[in-house]
Write a protein that binds this ligand. Structure first.
Ligand SMILES: Nc1nc2c(ncn2[C@@H]2O[C@H](COP(=O)(O)OP(=O)(O)OP(=O)(O)O)[C@@H](O)[C@H]2O)c(=O)[nH]1
Ligand SMILES: [Mg+2]
Length: 221
């Protein structure tokens, strides 16, 4: 099956799309609420964009880089720091959701079970969830815990794109190979967008493009 090429799949955005992304993410972003169990999930409203990935992969850092805020989402050197789903409002046009990290080696079985249950309930029942970004450490590539989330996303039919993070730590040649390898695997998954994005929150790499493609999914201003 070949999809019609569009900007979001080629990764090439025109100046207007980049500018629309810049403008949206320059608008106020604010924390809305933290959710520890499904009963606390807010009612459906604005289009939502979620960020998920293994613990410590850089989800909160990427959210901060996108919104140009140092500490909108709490970042940490301690893996497993974000334990709840955190909801942020972007200018009344979009809700950004920071999911708790998974795959933390020292997590207890009950923590893993709680994460899985919450993620499953959120992902399965969220009609407004427009896209999920699956963040994967650019140095390591996909792990089995990522594949488990991919299975969940396939079941819930949530469109998602893999974003390699921390690419400032990856050599250019190695990065190309990693992107090719992850794209090949994403290509076998129905809900995955084929193109894999590369980002560095630290060096602000790939941020403009991500802003542009996310802005295209926002409610009209
Ligand atoms: N070199 C480099 N380090 C990064 C980058 N992004 C995040 N980090 C570091 O990675 C660590 C984890 O970042 P977080 O953003 O807290 O990761 P997280 O995925 O939100 O972690 P949990 O909430 O625990 O799942 C921190 O020490 C960050 O400074 C990046 O682009 N480059
Ligand atoms: Mg976090």
């Amino acid at each position: 099956m070949t999809a019609a090429p569009d900007a979001s799949e080629s990764g090439e955005f025109d100046a207007a799309a980049i500018e629309a992304g810049r403008l949206l993410f320059a608008r106020p972003a604010e924390f809305v609420l933290s959710v520890a169990e499904a009963a606390q999930l807010p009612p459906l409203g604005l289009p939502e964009i979620a960020f998920a990935g293994r613990s410590n992969v850089g989800k909160s850092s990427l959210l901060n880089a996108l919104t140009g805020r140092k500490a909108l989402a709490r970042t940490s050197n301690t893996p497993g720091r974000t334990r709840q789903l955190n909801f942020f409002d972007l200018d009344g046009r979009l809700t950004l959701v920071d999911l708790p990290g998974y795959g933390y080696a020292r997590a207890s079985k009950s923590d893993i079970a709680a994460w899985t249950a919450l993620a499953r309930q959120y992902l399965a029942g969220r009609a407004t969830l427009r896209r999920l970004y699956l963040l994967v450490d650019g140095r390591h590539g996909l792990k089995d815990s990522d594949r488990e989330l991919m299975d969940l996303l396939e079941t819930a039919a949530v469109p998602y794109r893999v974003v390699l993070t921390k690419v400032d730590k990856v050599k250019a040649g190695e990065l190309e190979a990693r992107i090719a390898e992850v794209e090949a695997e994403a290509g076998t998954r129905a809900a995955a967008l084929t193109r894999v994005a590369a980002s560095s929150a630290r060096k602000s790499h790939g941020i403009e493009t991500l802003r542009a493609e996310i802005a295209a999914l926002a409610a009209p201003g």
